[in-house]
Write a new protein. Sequence first.
Length: 99
Amino acid sequence: MRITEQQKKIIKQVVATSIDRDAQIILFGSRVDDTKKGGDIDLLITLAERVDHPAELSAKISAQLIRQFQGRNVDVLLSAPNLKILPIHIIARQKGIAL
């Protein structure tokens, strides 16, 4: 996994204060491969409750993390009971690492 413990802590703090302390966070994409370099940070955040404005919420979390990580791009994918499950959700769950 190619994020630091400090980055992991920041991600958990931002998600806990923005959404839900009990949200499941999965890191996926190139950052789970220790042989690769660079790349953005891809996160799947799974919530137990419905999300009324998923695009807005995803953008808000992403923007907060980008600021914390000095411009490093962070892509946030949400999963909730009222949101459609896409193939990327399945891939993230299968190949990702829970934070």
